[in-house]
Design a protein around this ligand. Structure first.
Ligand code: PGA
Length: 256
């Protein structure tokens, strides 16, 4: 049965008190919304283990926001995939646009991270998306295929099995300007068809979620589209009331 894949990306936000408060409220209601949702919480690295200890009996999963390409050694300040696995992470976001732009991560580096996550049997959430200028120049599909092709080149035609794709138009992240759900639907279909060209038997398994200024007012419009399989939520995932509302909307859509 289809479930929506809903990820809370907390970015560089929260502290011990706000996180405890959020998770205590989530605990009270979460079981009502898990029938049709797979839920992942991705806190800042320093709180990963704390969050894991809260959620491990809640049937929701831990995600990391980033990983280094090295697994151990003299790499001051980094976090390795072995450590993420060790403390209970199941998913790792790779290629978020904030990492691409603020930390100069290019497609090649992101592909390495993607492969590393998979090699340890964790699940990468690969973020792809175009800038506003690229969209205006009608280059969206070219940008997305470039972002996917590097992964195909590195890992072959089965590269996207057991992975998640998050389509996040960069102009919609953190701006309050969400993309048009019909436009997003067409892009998700394009992404699935593109991957399917190489790997037709696995198309059903490809999860493509949308991210970019999602909130409880617009979530339904996205999730009603047939190829939008979930949401990657930033600022609206910091407030438990808002996040629970979105989980309810998502759950109810698939109950119909
Ligand atoms: P936003 O962030 O919901 O605050 O736009 C989404 C994301 O960056 O994943």
């Amino acid at each position: 049965m289809k479930k929506n894949f809903i990820v809370a990306n907390w970015k560089l936000n929260g502290n011990i008190q706000t996180i405890s408060n959020f998770l205590n409220h989530l605990r009270l209601k979460i079981s009502l919304y898990l029938q049709n949702n797979t839920v992942v919480i991705a806190p800042s690295t320093i709180y990963l283990e704390r969050v894991y200890n809260y959620i491990k009996d809640m049937n929701i999963f831990l995600g990391a926001q980033n990983v280094d390409i090295n697994t151990q050694g003299a790499f001051t300040g980094e976090t390795s995939i072995l450590m993420l696995k060790d403390i209970g992470a199941k998913y790792v976001i790779v290629g978020h646009s904030e990492r691409r732009f603020l930390h100069n991560e290019n497609n090649e580096l992101i592909s390495k991270k993607f492969g590393l996550v998979k090699s340890l049997n964790l699940i990468p959430i690969l973020c792809i998306g175009e800038t506003e200028t690229q969209k205006k120049k009608n280059k969206t599909k070219e940008i997305l295929t470039n972002q996917l092709n590097v992964i195909f080149q590195d890992f072959g035609e089965k590269a996207f099995i057991n992975s998640i794709i998050a389509y996040e138009p960069i102009w919609s992240i953190g701006t309050g300007i969400s993309a048009d759900p019909i436009y997003v639907q067409s892009i998700h279909k394009f992404i699935k068809d593109y991957i399917n060209k190489y790997n037709s038997s696995d198309i059903e398994k490809i999860i493509v979620q949308y991210g970019g200024s999602v909130n409880s007012k617009n979530a339904k419009n996205f999730l009603e589209q047939p190829d939008i399989d979930g949401l990657l939520i930033g600022s609206a995932s910091l407030m438990y009331e808002e996040f629970l509302k979105i989980l309810k909307i998502s759950n109810d859509i698939l109950c119909k």
